[in-house]
Design a protein around this ligand. Sequence first.
Ligand SMILES: Nc1ncnc2c1ncn2[C@@H]1O[C@H](COP(=O)(O)OP(=O)(O)O)[C@@H](O)[C@H]1O
Ligand SMILES: [Mg+2]
Length: 245
Amino acid sequence: MLEIKNLHASVADTKILHGIDISFEKGKNTCILGKNGSGKSSLASIIMGNPAYEMTDGTITLDNVNLLAMSPEERSLAGIFLSFQNVTEIKGIQVSEYLRTIYNLHLPRIAPGTNPLSPMLFSRFLKPILTSCDIPESFMERDLNVGFSGGEKRKLEVLQLKLLKPTYIILDEIDSGLDLDAFKLVAKMLSECSGPDTSIIIITHYFEILESFSVDQVVVMDNGVITRRGWAELASEIRQKGFKE
Ligand SMILES: Nc1ncnc2c1ncn2[C@@H]1O[C@H](COP(=O)(O)OP(=O)(O)O)[C@@H](O)[C@H]1O
Ligand SMILES: [Mg+2]
C-alpha cells in the first residue's frame, strides 16, 4: 500500500498542499479530479520525488517503508510509475535500446532471478507487445519520441507500462490532446494493466476514460486539499452537476 498522511508541501516558497491524507491499495483504482491549479500534478510529482517540491510535513510510505528516503530512480524500481505530462524527445537514443535498458533494470522486480535480455532476445520478446499496442516495428529504430505525434508518444508510454508492470501507476492527464482512436486504444491498454497487483491512479479532467475501466476511489482536490471523497458514483455525480455542489 502507498500511504500518504498529512502531506504539506511547497514549491518555490509557496505552500501548495495543505494536509493531504490518501492511500492507494493494490487491486483498487483511484481517480483524482479537480480544477486547474488544485494541486493534482504537485501531489503526483511529490510521490515520484521531484526535487522541485519541498515536503514540509507529513509521511509517505510504501508497504510501511519510508518513501522519502528513496531517490526517484529507487521509487521507479520499487514499482511506482508516473507518466509525463510533456514527454521529452531525446535524439541519439534509439527506442529499442531505451526499452531494453529499462526492462533489464526492472527485471529483479518483474522476473526475479532471470537474466537480462540481449538485443535479439528482447526484440523477439517485444514483438507481440508492439502488436498489442498498435506500434509499428519500424518505430524501434527511431530516436526516442523524436517526431512522434501526441498519440504515438502516449502509446509508447503505455507500452512501457506493459513492459515494466509497475504496481502504482500514476497517469497525469494522459487522456488530454488525443484523437478519438488514440484515446480508445490508450483506454483499452490501461484497462489491460488493471488487476489485483496494480493500483492505477488517474488524474483527469475528462470523465470518458472512467468508462473504460472500474474506479474504486474518487477524490476531488481544491486549493491543495481533498474536499470530497467517494466511490465510483461520485465521478458520475460530478460529471452531471460540476464541481460546485
Ligand atoms: N514548479 C512550480 N513553480 C511554481 N508554482 C508551481 C509549480 N508547480 C505548481 N505550482 C503551483 O502550484 C499550484 C498547483 O499546481 P498543480 O499541482 O500543477 O495543479 P493541477 O495539476 O491540479 O492543475 C498552482 O497554483 C501552480 O501554479
Ligand atoms: Mg496538472
